[in-house]
Design a protein around this ligand. Structure first.
Ligand code: MOS
Length: 738
């Protein structure tokens, strides 16, 4: 049959199919399910960063009206916080305090207010120990991680000899770059509603991975996974912090079982600085060596990041350095230092965002040292194949990104001399950086069902973390089924639906989209076979390849005959016909190196008197494969760049240096960009067709937008001021007093 999919609604700037539900408030988030007999849980968190609970007095709390339970390590059921999944969870199993903000108890009451009041009345006496809080003071304790960095790669890599490469260099840049702890701060806080039905557990959870939650919670509570069902229909942002199952999810389930009532547990904004992950502080050394004409002879990227005392998370800052530039001598490493902090986690482009700040700043420094234009320097070291894996790219449009981005930005008018552009008391600077993010994919399944009334339902577990999954899956399904998008209902967010991976690593569109496309085509073909074999059908006896599917009908190419899907089903007495597809990555992973690429261009205006930096103009050009929806894709890239503006200029989780308590744990003190901080962002999508990544040709767009962003700003600040800031965020004190 003639494949008409991908010619229809895919790629169009369709409005979000869930937009109406969201703006009218009918979209239900995890904390909004009106479960009968619901009661409210509030967690009590440690105020010290290291030590033991000497005494915990819950008597006053228990006397607060409406209080049903004060659960602490003294009365919590025994569970295994180390079982299953990727995070070790402190779950009230002992009196150890490992970081400030660790959950030490849960109060459950009839109302949220009673639970809050009682939580404040729990009196804890600590045996406080001296916390270990500073990366810089503990570099001697840095160790080689036990685990792997993403894509199952080892923490260290080496090609050639870095010493020989540096010895052969005419020009060298060797610098240290640092990035602070940052917190995700999604609009929707973490929230779990736990409902027991006998020995079965229902969880409404704010999550990026319903199946991960199901498996982790089942493992920790010692239950068969099939007895846990997780639902997540709408998520108000995740950015990585909702990609793992954290302690409060399990605590809500434990508390609900204790009180024999459904429990809703929402973390307040202030409670999210510690127990649900953060982007770890990093210290990165970059050494670049080059010939006079700008050919790299050595590239070393050595990263050290912080982790908790009880678990390991590696921020893979040096991963990009393995593949982004051609160089005979490349060495990368990752080290960890344990501090009394919560366990860090993925945060939008984990590794690539913080790592590209260091590497792309160093490339700018090298461009100045060589007096070569920064784009030209990158072009002279353009990697025509993946230098680490020695594999061809599945597709790479980075040259076009540099070209088209530079043209739109007006880069050729740039005078490279720092402080050469000025507008009264304002210094103006232009900077650029390379962006890149891997193309990921995991197994995913979907079921497509065509109904006799001319509509279809397509189902796949998954979750929409605000990116537009409902919308783009509706578009893929519509084209695969040969039906209009308005006739498709796409359902997700439930572990009772076919299994899908975590919405992390920018992989949902590629993974779930492939399954949805296969399921849609399979259901349509099943229906077509019915018609072709049916003497009562006007299509009887036709060859499948002569049939076009469109607008809910099959049509002979010569237009001699047509029949609607509904008519075929009705004649066969069928209400529905359905097909399931299980899609998974194949051998393309072994044959190609698969990445998205882009080029970021920033203009900044720096106030000469105050040091205030404003981003005044932005162009980002990206090669990300097929666009599923021009509007949501643009939004994803803009969102990533805005996240990067925050990283460059504002975001910094500040710990009390003595006690390890976050002192800016709210949105008044933890600054993220607001509208006034964001200029018009001009996103260019370079036309790119990748036949290898997956059958729908998409590369994933949730994370590449932030990569290179902080470096482009730092490079623009240098161009404006002549001051190189190697420590994020670039706040005005660093410009005035360095
Ligand atoms: Mo993203 S940090 O992979 O959720």
């Amino acid at each position: 049959m003639n494949s008409s999919e991908m010619k229809g609604v895919v790629g169009k700037p369709l409005n979000r199919v869930d937009g109406h539900a969201k703006v009218t408030g009918t979209a239900r988030y995890a904390a909004e399910f009106p479960v009968a007999k619901l009661v409210h849980g509030v967690t009590i968190q440690s105020t010290i960063a290291s030590g033991k609970i000497a005494q915990i007095d819950t008597r006053a709390a228990e006397r607060v009206p409406g209080v049903l339970l004060v659960m602490t390590h003294l009365n919590a059921p025994k569970v295994s916080g180390e079982a299953g999944g990727e995070r070790k969870l402190p779950l009230l199993q002992d009196n150890q305090v490992r970081y400030s903000g660790q959950h030490l108890g849960v109060v459950v009451a009839d109302t949220f207010e009673h639970a809050m009041q009682a939580a404040a009345m729990v009196n804890i006496r600590y045996d406080e120990a001296e916390p270990v809080l500073h990366l810089k003071d503990n570099l001697d304790k840095a160790y080689v991680p036990q685990g792997k960095i993403p894509r199952n790669e080892p923490p260290d890599s080496a090609h050639g000899s870095i010493e020989q490469g540096l010895a052969a260099a005419a020009v060298k840049v060797e610098q240290t770059y640092t990035t602070p702890i940052e917190n995700h701060n999604p609009m929707e806080p973490h929230a779990t509603t736990a409902v027991w039905q006998g020995d079965r557990l229902l969880l409404y959870n704010a999550t990026q991975g319903v199946f991960g939650d199901k498996k982790k919670v089942a493992a920790v509570l010692g239950m068969p996974p099939e007895n846990v069902r997780t639902m997540s229909y709408f998520v108000g942002g995740g950015f990585g912090c909702k990609g793992s199952t954290w302690a409060h999810v399990v605590l809500a389930a434990m508390a609900a079982r204790q009180v024999n009532r459904p429990v809703k547990l929402v973390l307040g904004r202030i409670q999210m600085f510690g127990p649900v992950g953060f982007r770890p502080e990093t210290m990165q050394q970059v050494s670049l060596g080059a010939t006079r004409d700008g050919k790299l002879t050595a590239l070393r990227h050595a990263g050290t990041s912080i982790t908790s005392t009880f678990d390991e998370f590696i921020e893979p800052v040096a991963k990009t350095a393995r593949m982004i530039y051609a160089c005979p001598n490349i060495e990368t490493s990752h080290r960890l230092v344990q501090l009394n902090v919560g366990t860090p986690t993925f945060m939008r482009a984990p590794g690539e965002a913080s790592g590209s700040f260091a590497l792309e700043s160093a490339m700018d420094e090298l461009a100045y040292a060589l007096k070569i234009d920064p784009i030209e320097l990158r072009l002279r070291n353009y990697a025509e194949a993946d230098p680490d894996k020695n594999l061809p790219w599945s597709s790479k449009s980075l040259r076009e990104c540099y070209q088209q981005g530079a043209a739109r930005f007006g880069w050729q008018k740039r005078n490279p001399t720092p402080r050469s552009m000025r507008d009264g008391d304002t210094l103006i600077g232009w900077g650029m950086a390379t962006a890149t993010y891997p193309t990921n994919r995991s197994p995913a399944s979907a079921i497509a069902q065509i109904k006799a009334d001319g509509t279809a339902i397509v189902r796949s577990g998954s979750q929409d973390i605000g990116t537009g999954t409902y919308t783009v899956m509706t578009q893929i399904a519509a084209d695969a089924l040969g039906m209009p998008a308005e006739k498709i209902q796409f359902e997700l967010g439930d572990t009772n639906l076919p299994e899908t991976p975590v919405s992390g690593g920018s992989q949902t569109a590629a993974s779930v989209g492939s399954a949805v496309q296969l399921a849609g085509v399979a259901a349509r073909n099943k229906l077509l076979q019915l018609a072709l074999a049916d003497q009562a059908s006007p299509l009887y006896g036709a060859a499948a390849e002569d049939v076009i599917a469109q607008n809910g009908s099959f049509l002979l190419k010569n237009k001699a005959a047509t029949e609607t899907y509904g008519a075929i089903l009705s004649r066969h007495g069928l209400k529905t016909i359905e097909a399931r597809a299980d899609a998974k990555p194949g051998e393309e992973k072994e044959k190609y190196s698969m990445h998205s690429f882009g080029a970021q261009f920033a203009e900044v205006r720096v106030n000469l008197n105050s040091g205030e930096v404003r981003v005044s103009r932005w162009v980002g050009a990206f090669g990300v494969g097929r666009l599923l929806n021009a509007k949501t894709a643009n939004s994803q890239l803009i969102g990533g760049i805005v996240y990067g503006i925050g990283m460059a200029l504002m975001e910094h989780t500040v710990m009390d240096p003595n006690r390890g308590r976050v002192v800016n744990a709210d949105l008044a003190e933890y600054h993220v960009p607001v509208n006034a901080d964001v200029p018009n962002i001009d996103v260019i999508f370079v036309d790119e067709h990748d036949p290898h990544v997956n059958q729908i040709g998409v590369k994933g767009i949730g994370e590449i937008g932030i990569t290179g962003t902080a470096a482009a700003i730092a490079n623009a600040v240098y161009h404006a001021t002549g001051q190189r800031v190697r420590d994020l965020p670039i706040t005005l004190d660093k410009l005035l007093f360095t």
